[in-house]
Design a protein. Structure first.
Length: 693
């Protein structure tokens, strides 16, 4: 039985939450009364939630929901769940960042897009809680600016804004204004903003509503023929004070409106935040003995000062936003597998403040990277006289295809929660040999299964977390060893020996841009991987000298494959020009050399020894299965094609002089080739629907 250091048990509540989801056949209604058609449409269009049940259960537990409260939460769509999480967070004064992050996610949601809400559930909430614990501020300022702008806008119409009103997206907030507006000026301006761009909606909230209401009140006063000119002027002054008070989000009551001008200015000065432009302008007005200066402040000065405050806040926010985008860019570059996110972040940094904000609110969550190229780990193996092939099913299950001599192939499910291509290796564990399978989990964990001689699953566990790519496994001097690329671009390393019985791990450095390949070369454990700069990175470790690293050159575009051929450490990879690049280390002089075997590759190669020949397979640019071989008799590399219709990277093995290859076909079937040592005839069939990887 394997033991893992620092392993944390899965809580009963999370398991219960996952079980509940299996019973779900519909979706609950919205978490709050819909403020308008935009929200109603959003709830109707959500369909199946994007966040997993595990992520929802984890998020709910993080804000304090108990296991007994999970059932209805798991039925909610992503935006409705974020609203419920926000309600819980809003009541906790120690969760300012998490509350603000929820508000930003809700503000970014549209009637059809909920990417920001999904991200908040899966990642953003936990990151924000971490910042709350560390007393770090990242989202609070941005959320406060949006919230205060809505509060000021609502105050113009005499609306005391509730937290539920302030957490609405700009579009839904404007719809509330449409419903509550009494005059055509405000209603028409609100409807125009409601159907406008995000920038137009923000401009309406910042200033447009106040300007429209001012026009409306001027018209209403002028059209009231029963009032004397003196009465009209009194109403104009009261309206000016009401609008001035709204700058601070104050809904002016009669006690405020009857204040003399100097006392009203004094009220604004006391209520305004220190060191703001509004506070400074009010102070300067109070220093003046001239009533005209007080009146000018009330009618125009306070609004001009408020605009200066807003400009300063927006400038500070833009700087903070750009700093956050820069952090995202740096992390993505270190990750090595997020080229589209890198490009989107760079484009945002080169753009306007609005483009930077859009990237943070929505754009970063809408970036969909191409499916990472599967790692070079073997996924096919002959184990206990059975040919086996492992792959990730369309439902993210671990699928196994197997065939024994004289029988037809069979397919079964070994496990669940697989997020990438599996790696298989045979491992002698005491008195018996196990077939061991590793795969990246959907949550980025290193999942581990082992099977008995009859193929039945003996056990499954997790060896850790933080994977960004597919693992590769090898047995080195009796130790089960695994490598994988981490989310931070590091070369992650795990190992387990029967004598110790404990999984240990470390990392061998950073800068990976692809998946590693590993070779057990006598006493030396060797790893190759594509660097983030397209170089061929090389690590090697021995018990005597420890870990070392160097570079064998550049210009590779895919994942390398490595082996030992005639005592020479040998590596193949697809070059940036599409050719099959070849490196070898001469043991006589210790110098790494390289050449090209030609061809036009569309994927990463796989290399193996077949009899005494160095053999390579790869998917060609024309969709063919390309085959190279080098015989020691003449040292000439030759190539041919084993057929067309290939859509994925091949997996190959040689057993008892039979050469076998698997690859995903263009029609979605698992293609199977074999070259018999008896008649030397190449044959091909398919084994049914192919795995995703």
């Amino acid at each position: 039985m394997r033991r893992i250091q620092n392993a944390k048990p899965v809580t009963r509540s999370v398991l219960a939450a996952v079980a509940v989801l299996a019973l779900v056949t519909g979706q609950a209604g919205p978490a709050a009364a819909a403020p308008g058609p935009a929200v109603a449409a959003a709830t109707a269009d959500q369909g199946t939630p994007s966040a997993s049940p595990q992520a929802k259960a984890k998020a709910a537990a993080a804000v304090g929901y108990t296991a007994d409260e999970l059932d209805p939460l798991l039925l909610l769509g992503d935006r409705d769940l974020v609203f419920r999480l926000w309600q819980k967070l809003h009541a906790d004064p120690n969760r300012e960042e998490a509350t603000a992050s929820a508000e930003l996610a809700l503000n970014a949601a549209t009637s059809t897009a909920f990417a920001a809400c999904t991200h908040f559930i899966t990642t953003g909430l936990h990151e924000a809680i971490g910042r709350d614990i560390a007393k770090e501020v990242q989202n609070a300022q941005a959320a406060r600016i949006l919230r205060e702008a809505k509060r000021r806008a609502a105050a113009v119409l005499g609306i005391v804004a509730s937290p539920e009103l302030l957490v609405l997206s700009n579009r839904d907030f404007i719809y509330e204004i449409v419903k509550r507006a009494t005059g055509p000026e405000v209603k028409d301006a609100a409807l125009a903003a409601f159907g406008g761009t995000a920038a137009q909606q923000q401009a309406f909230i910042d200033n447009g509503l106040r300007e429209a209401y001012e026009q409306q009140r001027r018209r209403e006063i002028e059209e009231d023929h029963q009032q004397t000119e003196a009465e009209k002027q009194r109403l104009r002054e009261r309206d000016a004070k009401a609008r001035a008070a709204s700058v601070l989000g104050i809904v002016a009551g009669e006690d405020v409106l009857v204040l003399t001008d100097d006392n009203f200015v004094r009220l604004i000065w006391k209520r305004a935040a220190p060191s703001t432009e509004v506070a400074g302008a009010a102070y300067l007005a109070l220093l003046s003995p001239a009533p005209a200066d007080w009146r000018t402040f009330i009618h125009t000065g306070v609004h001009e000062a408020s605009k200066r405050d807003l400009a300063k806040e927006l400038a500070a926010k833009e700087k903070a936003d750009r700093d956050r985008v820069q952090e995202i860019l740096v992390k993505a570059e270190r990750h090595g597998g997020r080229p589209k996110l890198v490009a989107a972040a760079r484009a945002a940094l080169a753009g306007t403040a609005a483009q930077v904000e859009d990237f943070l609110r929505v754009g970063q969550y809408e970036v969909v990277e191409d499916e990472p190229e599967p790692g070079p780990a073997p996924s096919a193996q002959v184990f206990n006289d059975r040919l086996t092939f492992y792959g990730r099913g369309a439902d993210n299950t671990l699928q196994r295809w197997a065939i024994s001599a004289g029988q037809s192939h069979r397919q079964d499910t070994v496990g669940t929660g697989v997020g990438g291509k599996p790696a298989v290796v045979a491992f002698h564990n005491g008195s018996h040999t196990e077939q061991v399978i590793f795969a990246r989990g959907l949550d980025g964990s290193l999942q581990h299964w082992w099977t008995r001689a009859d193929g039945s699953v003996a056990g499954q566990d997790s060896w850790g977390a933080g994977l960004a790519g597919d693992p590769i496994a090898v047995v080195h001097q009796g130790v089960l060893t695994v490598f994988a690329r981490g989310v931070d671009g590091k070369l992650l390393h795990w190992w387990w020996s029967p004598a110790e019985g404990v999984v240990r791990h470390d990392n061998w450095g950073d800068g990976l841009g692809g998946e590693p390949t590993v070779v057990s070369n006598r006493e030396e454990l060797t790893v190759f991987a594509r660097g983030a700069d397209g170089s061929l990175q090389h690590w090697w470790w021995t018990a005597g000298t420890g870990l070392r690293r160097d570079t064998w050159g550049g210009g590779i575009a895919g994942n390398p494959t490595a082996l030992v051929y005639r005592d020479s450490l040998t590596v193949f990879a697809r070059g940036t020009d599409g050719s099959l690049r070849h490196w070898w280390l001469n043991p006589a002089d210790g110098i790494a050399r390289q050449d090209s075997w030609g061809g036009a590759l569309a994927g990463s190669p796989v290399a193996l020894l077949h009899r005494d020949e160095l053999t390579v397979f790869a998917r060609g640019a024309d969709g063919s299965l390309r085959h190279w071989w080098l015989s020691p008799a003449d040292g000439i590399a030759r190539q041919d094609s084993w057929g067309d219709g290939v859509a994925g990277n091949p997996a190959a093995l040689s057993d008892r002089d039979q050469l076998t290859v698997f690859a995903r076909g263009t029609e979605g079937l698992l293609q199977h080739w074999w070259l018999s040592p008896v008649d030397h005839v190449l044959r091909r069939d398919n084994w049914g629907p192919a795995p995703l990887q």
